[in-house]
Design a protein around this ligand. Structure first.
Ligand code: SF4
Length: 331
């Protein structure tokens, strides 16, 4: 680990101001991913700005009836919050399916959004990696790419986003509130993370000096029946091969509304607007859900070692939609 300056911010505005005082400043809160990266020289900030004591931990009901989650709320606090468990159970289950209790106690919502891929070639500096060193090449292209992307990848990077929570937030139409010297702005969740394209070193559309202040969940009554289904190599402490966040609103025997997001398949949580549009108004049957699943995987480009993900994702989507349409519960 290289030496860095350490400062403690007194407010969100102070943190933003301090980030301008040294080139290559980074914010640190729980540090559950950042410290790993510091230890292997992936990140070499000149200055770390500790934001962990800022007043950004509240979880509160909004005037519209949604929920505003402070960026420094711990993953545990969000997963255990009574209203989130009742109204957005897929978010609670997504969080509880990731990491360990100890990590969730320390990891924050803002940090969860900003965690970086767990592509092993990214962390091992013996290998080439465009995300670590732009223009270097991508060792995963001809390497072991079993855990990598089947949707939205580029030749520059095949990595997947590791978060479970973010898949649920994508399905729930969350909004990210950020603060900077220019004031505050809101970013729709689907615009927050990026596909790799030619610039895989950039994971998000955050601008330099912007700090995440909160994540806002709009009211979504049918999210009560939402499901988070995670398929992985072992039952705990494992990243998703494929995950699905789904919520279906059934009126009579028809699908009135639906949200569908996938994890473990792309560089960002993957929404499928085409599939959602197809499902709306159709009969809420397993056959319809199967068709929606086929549509969600249209354009999938499996790699040498991860062709199994295509069928796995289709089956997981069908199952998650079927369970949600039947009233939700554990997937
Ligand atoms: Fe790096 Fe992305 Fe290739 Fe992994 S997939 S080695 S993160 S460029």
């Amino acid at each position: 680990m290289k030496n860095f300056a350490y400062v403690r911010a007194t407010s969100a505005e102070d943190a933003v101001k301090r980030s301008q005082t040294a080139e290559n400043s980074q914010f640190i809160a729980g540090g559950t991913n950042l410290v790993d990266r510091l230890k292997v020289f992936l990140d070499e900030p000149a200055q770390l700005i500790d934001i962990s004591r800022l007043d950004l931990k509240q979880i509160e009901v909004t005037a519209e009836g949604g929920i505003r989650i402070g960026a420094l709320a711990s993953n545990t606090a969000v997963a255990d919050h009574p209203q989130i468990r009742r109204d957005y159970p897929l978010l609670s289950r997504a969080i509880l399916s990731g990491a360990s209790q100890q990590i969730r106690n320390v990891a924050t919502v803002g940090g969860n959004l900003l965690q970086r891929t767990r592509c092993p070639y990214y962390y091992d500096t013996v290998f080439t990696c465009n995300k670590r060193q732009p223009g270097d090449g991508c060792a995963a292209l001809d390497g072991i790419n079993r855990m990598h992307a089947i949707l939205g990848a580029s030749d520059a990077c095949l990595a997947v986003h590791p978060s479970d929570m973010c898949v649920a937030l994508a399905a729930l139409d969350a909004v990210v509130e950020v603060v900077s010297n220019a004031g505050r702005r809101q970013i729709p969740f689907s615009d927050f993370h990026r596909l790799p394209g030619e610039a895989p070193e950039r994971d998000t559309n955050l601008e330099t000096g912007e700090l995440i202040a909160a994540v806002i969940l709009p009211p979504m009554p049918f999210a009560k029946t939402g499901v988070y289904l995670k398929l992985r190599d072992r039952a705990s402490y494992s990243f998703a091969l494929v995950s699905v966040a789904a919520a279906v609103d059934v009126a009579g025997d028809r699908i009135r509304d639906v949200r569908l997001a996938l994890g473990g398949v792309a560089h960002k949580p993957w929404r499928s607007p085409l599939s959602e549009a197809f499902l709306k108004g159709k009969p809420a049957t397993v056959k319809t859900f199967q068709q929606g699943a086929e549509m969600a995987l249209e354009g999938a480009k499996p790699l040498t070692h991860n062709g199994f993900k295509v069928n796995m994702a289709k089956r997981a989507i069908k199952r998650a939609l079927t369970i949600s349409a039947a009233g939700g519960g554990l997937a």
